[in-house]
Design a protein around this ligand. Sequence first.
Ligand code: ADP
Ligand code: MG
Length: 653
Amino acid sequence: MSEVLLKLSNIKRAFGSGEAAVEVLHGINLEIKRGELVAIIGPSGSGKSTLMNIIGCLDTPTSGSYEVDGHNTFNLSQDDLAALRRDFFGFIFQRYHLLGHLDAKENVQVPSIYSGYKKDRRLNRSIALLEKLGLGEKINNKPSMLSGGQQQRVSIARALMNGGQIILADEPTGALDSQSGKEVMKILEELNSLGHTVILVTHDPRIAAHARRVITIEDGSIKSDEINCEGKTHKNKFEEKKLVLKDSWATSFNAYFDRFKEAYVMAWRSMLSNRMRTLLTMLGIIIGIMAVVTVVALARGASDKVIANISSMGTNTITIMPGQRMGDVRSGKVRTLNINDLDAIKGQPFVDSASPTIQSQVLLRHKNIENNATVYGVNDEYLRVYGMNVAKGRLFSSSESLNYPQICVIDANTAKTMFPNENPLGQRLLVNSMPVTITGVLEDKELAFRPHDALYVYMPYSTLMSRLVNQNYLSSIIVRVKDGFATAVAEKSIINLIESRHGRKDFFIQSSDTILKSINQTTGTFTLLISAIAVISLIVGGIGVMNIMLVSVTERTREIGIRMAVGARQSDIMIQFLIEAITVCIIGGLMGVAASVILGYILSMIIPSIPLSFSLVSIVAAVLTSSIIGVAFGFMPARAAARLNPVEALSRE
Ligand code: ADP
Ligand code: MG
């Protein structure tokens, strides 16, 4: 292995571009050997820090070549440079550059997270290093609880965490009192005696006197490079580390997982330290997700209820009505639907049962109780068509229907209302002053599309037609299709049959099938509309997240710089910010779901008739959407953070 560790040839560095470019380093040639203690001195502004940043691979020269242990750095990617910073260099800065929200031992561990050391190994080594540097008592202290000298010792421990074969110290004593400064210098000399190559920048000749080799820089050029006889030299006892850019541990799954976990913890901490801001950021997502989940649950609840109603009939029914469509104003004038049509329909092979209906509003009277009701004229098959049953008594027979008998069957509600304390069977009820005898009471069952508090009375259609309403045409015919017959086929043949009988199509058909279809269509349209609103509100929420993340990146530029200086890859920085964005969104999403469930609960207390049906799918979709928003809107700020120039980021306040 060659003695020369670092070799700079004709290194130039200019800032700015074009005409405005200012060259700060004018062709530096320098070789630094293994185990040297080198002091670089020179007046302020002479380019010492610029040179150090290039030596430490934090910055790249404008021209010239730089070799680390025989490897030219020219072709290295950002990640390879990060690996060099991580595994070979240890930075010590004038102003320590510790992360304020981490305690001493955590600060020391940061470089090793990016190299993929296992957690317990990390912890043990960080504590051992701090103890060696006399900070055994302070391992849990945050930087703000440490003196300048102590902070600088923490940063030395950090520089040593991954080995620190080459220690780069840019004015390490510049911010310290003379006593602490001496201590730091003593540590650096000791490290050098252990074999670390130490490069030290200072403008203080007394500090430089500790070094065996002193390089003087003025105006971006080396003025002198002298061996200082008073400085000590040390035998190189350092076990040499080979320059390997990709070690297997750091690329293993476990290491990835560990880095991911660390990034997650970091994200979590930064969110907790800005609770109010985080909550406000989440608000957009919370409201968006809450709105979506609630409305979807409402739509589902409503359509579930209708569908349940329809299927509660348990039968496949077709209704034939006069007119062109539901709500046709002229349908009242169409009087062609009659009892012969019913007989013709009954002759069809697919008909299970069929009944005419004639409908009329009447006044019911019993003793002193009066009520409005709807009376249906039907035949003996009516109950079978709708799958209804008589709870007490019986329905009239087909032969009875022919003689216009004054009998009726009432529904459970009518029984309750008109005969609160009596058995209605056999009682007489006045229907528009016509007395009828009650032969049966229906079981209590909610029927689709009928208000549940209305009263219904069923009597033979012949009685109703001749004695009450005096009409010879029907309001509708209802048909129950035999099980196993396709409703669509039955519908078609009924249409053909009636059309040929009437000579034209003066009727229309409604089946449970078509109703279901139209309900599904309506809910579909509704859901689409809501989704559109949801997308808009979620985009607004996402923009909020992006905005806050951009602020966060700006605020934490120095932190990003520090992380990069100790060896974070661009992807590490990116992942950290992405995770933060995603976490904000997912938590916001979950809070939105929770808010929606609470809202649903309150709604169901206030208005029980509005059913809410939360679906797991919509909840999962909502949370998924919010995490996608996190990725989508977190990407730009995260990339901006990852692409920051480390040197610039470090110099930011
Ligand atoms: P020293 O560390 O010796 O005090 P620096 O290396 O920090 O000096 O700076 C050397 C010169 O380069 C100074 O004149 C400084 O203004 C300039 N300089 C340093 N960094 C930048 C930068 N990012 N953009 C423009 N000029 C810079
Ligand atoms: Mg400087």
